[in-house]
Write a protein of this length. Structure first.
Length: 325
């Protein structure tokens, strides 16, 4: 495994991040335990989750599975750079309207305590806002994060699904308070979803924010099975989107075959090649998928390959040149 620093922090994380969104949903607890052990053995030290994973009435289930895995001991917790997120609705009878989706000092305190309890740990290395909430001031948020850091409950602060303007605003307000600010932005980014190149990725790179790509296979569309899905699979029921991108997916599959790589690994390697990128999130449902992704960090794409990928999946350009002289 290869490692890099997370944004402008001194924290070293693996260039692949283990996403846990499927744990307790499509992946049972026993298989999740096996995958987390295998990820550690392969050198992946960066695990990402969120308080809402498990979804709906089962929100929190994924964090609970990770917590029970940590509880087995064997240095598991000490070897993991743990990232979780808050923003979503985790309300109960005690919260009332303050439990609804959004950000606030109240939610940060309440939801952090809930995550720590479910994860069976006393600290979280990277605590991320799962979405921007422009109705809440940065004075409120940065003061709340500062308290959590002083208490030793979180190490660093990250964001997710922020626009470029939000990243810049967050860093400006943090600097005015003498704080480090955001060290990461988790953002949807793939060969199909390249809009972040317009504003978000340049802003992150300029302000020392490491980018963590979620859905780098674009919901499995770039995973190699979209053109010939198994009967009854999720992809088989989503043929409208497959048909929209069919010519591009066929050209992509041809290029991957020429290179002797799987489509999934080619897509991940392309994502990882961006200079702003810290790590793409891999979200395996099975051990086979995890094993297949491990060699991505050793794939070096030459300029000719990158150019062909740009031709197949054109990007939006970079602002303002993309829409002005």
């Amino acid at each position: 495994m290869k490692f890099s620093q997370l944004g402008k922090s001194g924290l070293k994380v693996s260039k692949l991040c283990l996403g846990t969104m499927n744990f307790g949903v499509d992946t049972d607890e026993k298989e999740a335990f096996r995958m987390m052990d295998a990820a550690l053995d392969a050198g992946i030290n960066f695990f990402d989750t969120a308080n809402v994973y498990g979804w709906g009435k089962n929100a929190g289930r994924t964090e609970e599975i990770i917590g029970r895995w940590f509880a087995q001991g064997g240095g598991r917790r000490e070897r993991v750079v743990l990232a979780t997120k808050f923003y979503g609705d985790m309300s109960d009878a005690h919260d009332g309207p303050n439990g609804e989706a959004g950000l606030s000092a109240y939610k940060l305190r309440r939801h952090l305590e809930g995550s720590l309890r479910r994860l069976q740990t006393d600290h979280i290395e990277l605590y991320q806002m799962h979405h921007v909430d422009r109705n809440v001031s940065w004075d409120e948020l940065w003061d709340a994060f500062r308290i959590a850091q002083y208490q030793g409950k979180i190490g660093y602060v990250g964001s997710s699904n922020f626009a470029g303007r939000d990243l810049v605003k967050a860093q400006y307000e943090a600097k005015s308070k003498g704080m480090l600010g955001l060290v990461s932005e988790q953002h949807k980014y793939s060969l199909i979803t390249r809009l972040p190149e317009l504003e978000v990725l340049p802003a992150a790179e300029e302000h020392g924010i490491g980018v963590i790509a979620w859905s780098p296979l674009d919901g499995g569309l770039l995973g190699g099975h979209a053109l010939n899905p198994a009967p009854g699979s999720k992809r088989a029921s989503d043929q409208t989107r497959v048909d929209k991108y069919r010519p591009q997916l066929e050209a992509f599959a041809k290029l991957a075959a020429e290179l002797g790589e799987s489509e999934a690994n080619l897509a991940l390697a392309w994502t990882l090649a961006h200079p702003a990128m810290t790590a793409p999130i891999i979200g395996p449902r099975t051990m086979e998928q995890l094993d297949g992704a491990l060699r991505v960090v050793d794939i070096a794409l030459d300029e000719a390959t990158l150019k062909r990928l740009d031709e197949i999946f054109p990007g939006p350009g970079e602002a303002p040149r993309a829409y002005a002289w």
